[in-house]
Design a protein around this ligand. Sequence first.
Ligand code: HEC
Ligand code: HEC
Ligand code: HEC
Ligand code: HEC
Length: 184
Amino acid sequence: MKKLSLVVIAVISAFALVVGAQLSKVGAEDFTYVGTKKCMGCHRAEYKSWQGDYHAKALDDLKPGIKVEEKQKAKLDGEKDYSTDAGCLACHATGYGQAAAPGADLANVGCESCHGPGSAYKSPTIKSKKKWADNREEQQKLAAEAGLILTPSKESCVACHNEKSPTWKGFDYEKMLEEVKHTK
Ligand code: HEC
Ligand code: HEC
Ligand code: HEC
Ligand code: HEC
């Protein structure tokens, strides 16, 4: 009997979570992170260029035995595993500590770190190729309302590129922006 009621409670809680997640999509500020793999299928070219970028390997920096000299210079332990350290993941992962879809691939500094959490704008209605071809401006407006950021502001980069980074090297927004536009 006791076991059964536990199961019932578990089912009810799971249901409450699902309903909660559905409701939360209504609020404009409640977009959740879906992970880089969800963008890949429709944006092969950007995905490929991102893969060749430093951001796609940001999580590797936290592994033991990687960039040992750079870590020592920054007074970090080159042999320590920092890959589950919340203080590092805040800048070496995507949307760390914020609402995410179950199972979302949030490793590294992914698409949504710059373009905003994708739960609403990745939808096929907003992302219909035909609609973009028919009325680009209207589609851009809809996508922006659903949380898509086309050009990340200086503030959004500086959330990570600041002196709290143990290996801080300074940051020139205009110059650095050119580096991440998927033109390479
Ligand atoms: C179902 C397919 C699909 C998915 C999934 C998708 N997109 Fe798109 N996206 C499109 C299409 C189509 C366009 C319009 C392309 C064009 O004409 O330039 C677009 C446009 C964009 C633009 C440019 C907007 C502009 O104003 O020019 C960005 C940035 C973008 N998507 C980012 C993302 C990110 C990040 C994800 C993952 C969270 C994602 N997209 C998921 C299909 C998709
Ligand atoms: C470090 C920040 C950053 C990351 C990470 C990033 N982008 Fe972008 N993205 C940009 C910038 C900057 C532009 C150029 C915006 C402009 O033209 O004003 C851009 C442009 C785009 C565009 C518009 C079309 C184009 O190619 O110019 C699409 C689509 C896009 N990104 C998709 C993605 C996808 C998919 C990912 C992940 C695989 C991704 N971006 C990761 C910064 C980023
Ligand atoms: C979520 C945190 C985060 C955000 C947001 C972010 N970056 Fe980064 N960025 C990193 C990390 C971590 C590295 C180091 C990765 C490495 O070199 O292994 C990095 C590295 C870089 C590099 C190469 C290394 C360097 O400093 O010379 C460039 C260029 C860069 N970022 C540009 C940008 C730009 C432009 C934006 C905003 C459009 C941006 N980044 C947004 C975390 C972030
Ligand atoms: C405030 C954001 C932030 C935090 C917190 C952060 N990093 Fe970084 N990390 C960055 C950025 C941005 C870069 C790119 C270089 C730069 O400008 O600092 C970077 C680069 C690195 C690099 C590569 C350095 C190089 O010269 O190639 C290593 C290694 C690294 N971080 C390890 C860590 C570890 C370990 C932690 C946690 C103890 C950590 N980071 C915490 C933002 C951060």
